[in-house]
Design a protein around this ligand. Structure first.
Ligand SMILES: Nc1nc2c(c(=O)[nH]1)N[C@H]1C(S)=C(S)[C@@H](COP(=O)(O)O)O[C@H]1N2
Ligand SMILES: [Mo]
Length: 349
């Protein structure tokens, strides 16, 4: 793979040669939205999603980045602001986190299920540990994360991709500055050379091509934080940031429109939420009745396998469904939400 340096001469910005390395913007290798959805639920057959099968989402395109020109500045309400280059990042203790990774779907259609989900292993630097060394100011409440990508979104020019998370999530641990995906350097489309990873939060918060982290005493005011990615709370004027992943599940097998023998067979799939899953129920009659499925263990923040032994009562069409519930009793609605129950129609022969 060849990377083009994003020095002043290559910069599309006027006066590039007078700008410091910190404010230079990389050339966009791909200009405009990228959306590669590679797996349907029936294809999600492995616990760990191979990097090549991972969905790719980018609102404004993919920037060209190099290790040589990359650095991460950490500032705002920290006692000791720093700038880390790639070698300094790699020299720090390496943490590995296996976690479910899920796109929240289109920010313009937040109640439409898309089931863009995977389970991967990220490696990088633990951010709470790093901030422990740098010192967090007493008035800090949010972490802002800036990506190097820029371009047009929602009909306006955007300087960067900017997201925020509450400091409470940072303190819980496992928030990484990640430089590896499944044991290999991050592919370009997944944020090379380093990205934020917020396990348990929707993918939109895990900022790729990370260039700056800032602690602040309020939410970031970007189209990606306060305009989009805020869910309506039914019966109220208030909204809720798209942060924690809701309880959700998909049936992997049998797949849609499959023919199933009338003998005993297994219905299985994956279930997940920000806090893990306490129970999965399966319906074989379109949601009229539900039976408890067996639920496998959670590895760190991974999705969990569920399975149910089914002996069909009659030949013909059956609608299979699965429903995950977390420890707080939150469960999947039948419709009208991004985590709505997934249905699979099969024919029993
Ligand atoms: N810098 C940057 N980071 C980003 C985005 C983006 O457009 N720019 N898209 C987000 C969204 S919506 C998702 S779902 C995840 C997807 O991560 P992946 O492409 O590595 O699977 O990246 C997030 N991080
Ligand atoms: Mo997304």
């Amino acid at each position: 793979m060849v990377f083009v340096m994003y020095d002043g001469a290559r910069s599309s910005q006027p006066g590039g040669e007078e700008m410091s390395s910190m404010t230079q913007k990389p050339v966009m290798a791909i200009d405009g939205m990228v959306r590669e959805i590679k797996l349907k639920p029936a294809q999600m057959t492995s616990q760990l999603t191979p990097a090549n099968d991972l969905f790719v989402l980018a609102h404004m395109g993919v920037p060209e980045t190099t290790v040589e020109n990359w650095s991460l500045s950490i500032g705002g309400r920290v006692e000791t602001p720093i700038e880390l280059d790639y070698a300094q990042l790699r020299a720090r203790p390496k943490r590995v986190v296996e976690t479910v990774h899920q796109c929240a779907g289109s920010p313009m259609n937040p109640t439409v299920p898309t089931r863009r989900v995977a389970n991967v292993r990220w490696a990088g630097v633990d951010l709470a540990e790093l901030f422990g060394e740098l010192g967090i100011s007493a008035d800090a409440s949010h972490l802002w994360a800036f990506g190097l990508d820029h371009g047009e979104f929602a009909g306006e020019a955007q300087d960067s991709y900017l997201k925020d998370i509450p400091l409470g999530r940072l303190e819980e641990g496992d928030v990484l500055i990640a430089y590896e995906l499944n044991g290999a350097p991050l592919p370009q489309k997944h944020g090379f050379p380093a990205r934020l990873v917020v396990p348990g939060y929707f993918g939109t918060n895990s900022v790729k091509w990370l260039s700056r982290l800032e602690l602040a005493d309020h939410r970031a005011d970007s189209v990606f934080t306060t305009r989009f990615y805020n869910d309506a709370i039914p019966g109220s004027d208030a909204t809720r940031p798209v942060w924690e992943i809701f309880p959700e599940s998909v049936i992997v097998a049998p797949g849609p429109d499959m023919r199933v023998a009338a003998s005993e067979s297994e219905i299985w799939g994956w279930a997940w939420s920000a806090s893990g899953v306490g129970q999965v129920d399966v319906s074989t009659d379109g949601g009229a009745s539900w039976r408890r499925a067996e639920l496998g263990p959670r590895r760190q923040r991974s999705w969990q396998r569920f399975s149910y032994r089914w002996t069909p009562s009659a030949a013909g069409q059956h609608t299979l469904m699965s429903r995950a519930t977390n420890a707080d009793g939150n469960t999947q609605p039948m419709d009208g939400a991004r985590n709505a129950v997934y249905a699979v129609d099969v024919t029993v022969t």
